[in-house]
Design a protein around this ligand. Structure first.
Ligand SMILES: *Cc1c(COP(=O)(O)O)cnc(C)c1O
Length: 429
């Protein structure tokens, strides 16, 4: 079932015509579907029915508090990578005991906040970080629950920038050092070992890397238990791929992934933790944009739209593919065209796609970039002093703004002239 689909020749988000959102909120704008978020979460969580599992949604994929609150209502936990994300998850009503804290560079302030929130587990990525966490916990008279993120050295992930489980990546404890790391952790008074953690990559479109990682970790868990450590949880990270419309091979379904995990972990006697991000959020959102100009170049035609790389960075960062569709359904005799679809930012990298065949469009037409719900708004910036893209949540026939478009004055308000350039007492021009 598609919650972004054509009805009577117009593209809708659930029961709301996207044109109505463009008219009310303006463009560019992210539009999310509540029903799609709910369906993705349920499909994922249901595939682990019968086993002890926590689904900790990876907040960095889409961190809007309305998204987090939508998932919290369904029972989701959260995987956070900063104190800011921790604050969001708590604000959205996700209890500390369902929050896991990942990331290679947690600060002591962030550790303190997480201990105060009584989070479930810190996924620790180095001995230096472990020692810092120990100090903080001892200071607070606490024991910090930890899992080491170990690096199983398996190849996974659709692009070099989203592969994380190879030994050359910055993430995790090197596989050969894992047991020594646990032995050291066991000696620290502020640390309580509770589990093992991996996250091998993102947009993984086959099961084999997961299978390899689970088998390796299963063996590690046995060895750690033989060495006397208590291992209660196995966090397998996120990374399940989604269809973007260009996949040569369809990524595995959550149910297939679920069966594999269940089969391979049956005798491990662990609570499983999952950190899906893209799988929940990716196809729950679109970026809605207006065509500003069609520019007929010497050897190609450019479709210049009002969304740009500051709104959606994925094509520039990862050569990512996004399906692009007009909001007005092309008729049976619609003219075809081939475009480079670009934004207004002054970078050649501000190109969403090159040489894409699509219906011919003209200035003022609306288009959507599909599959933009994950790593879209969350990565957006104000480069070129373009205001942060607003976000809209749809539920049935209703829609509401869940992040406002800042006014230019609001952007400028946080900037100050130094005293030597100051022309007014308030430090403004
Ligand atoms: C980014 C990330 C995730 C989520 O990855 P997806 O590919 O979006 O599922 C999960 N865990 C960690 C540690 C991450 O860094």
């Amino acid at each position: 079932m598609r919650h972004f689909d054509y009805r009577n020749g117009e593209l809708y988000a659930e029961d709301v015509p996207l044109r109505a959102i463009a008219e009310t909120v303006g463009t560019p704008v992210y539009v999310y579907s509540t029903a799609t978020f709910e369906r993705h979460y349920s499909v994922f969580a249901d595939s682990f029915e019968g086993i002890n599992a926590l689904v900790a949604y990876s907040v960095k994929a889409n961190s809007n508090i309305a998204v987090l609150a939508t998932l919290a209502k369904l029972g989701a936990g959260a995987d956070v990578v900063s104190g800011g994300e921790l604050a969001r998850a708590l604000l959205a009503g996700i209890p500390g005991q369902k929050i896991v804290f990942s990331g290679v560079g947690k600060t002591k302030d962030e550790m303190r906040a997480a201990l105060r929130a009584n989070i479930r587990v810190f996924n620790v990525e180095s001995l230096a970080e472990l020692n810092a966490l120990n100090e903080v916990a001892v200071d607070m008279g606490r024991k910090a629950p930890i899992a080491f993120r170990v690096n199983p050295d398996v190849t996974a992930g659709g692009h070099a920038k989203i592969s994380t489980g190879k030994k050359e990546n910055k993430f995790g404890i090197a596989w050969p050092s894992a047991e020594a790391a646990y032995a050291h952790a066991a000696t620290l008074p502020g640390i309580e070992i509770v589990g093992v953690d991996v996250h091998i990559g993102s947009q993984i479109d086959q099961l084999a890397p997961f299978e390899a990682a689970i088998e390796k970790v299963g063996n590690l868990i046995s060895r750690l238990r033989e060495a006397g450590h208590t291992i209660k949880s196995f966090d397998i990270g996120g990374g399940l791929g989604i269809p973007y419309g260009d996949n040569t091979k369809a990524p595995p379904l959550p149910a297939e992934y679920g069966s594999l995990v269940k089969k391979l972990t049956r005798d491990m006697d662990v609570e499983m933790i999952f950190e899906p991000g893209r799988m929940i959020a990716g196809n729950s959102g679109v970026l809605l944009s207006e065509v500003l100009y069609v520019k007929n170049g010497e050897d190609r035609d450019f479709l210049i739209i009002d969304a740009a790389m500051n709104d959606l960075l994925r094509p520039a960062l990862y050569d990512a593919y996004h399906d692009i569709e007009p909001v007005k359904a092309p008729g049976p005799n619609a003219e075809e065209a081939t475009y480079d679809v670009v934004g207004p930012v002054c970078e050649s990298g501000d190109t969403f796609t090159k040489g894409r065949d699509m219906p011919a469009l003209e200035a003022g037409d609306l288009v959507v970039l599909h599959s933009a719900g994950a790593y879209g708004a969350a990565q957006s910036s104000q480069y070129n002093t373009r205001p942060l893209t607003p976000e809209v949540m749809v539920k049935g026939d209703r829609f509401e703004v869940i992040r406002e478009r800042p006014k230019i004055e609001e952007i400028l308000k946080s900037e100050r002239l130094p005293s030597w350039l100051n022309r007014s007492p308030r430090g403004q021009l």
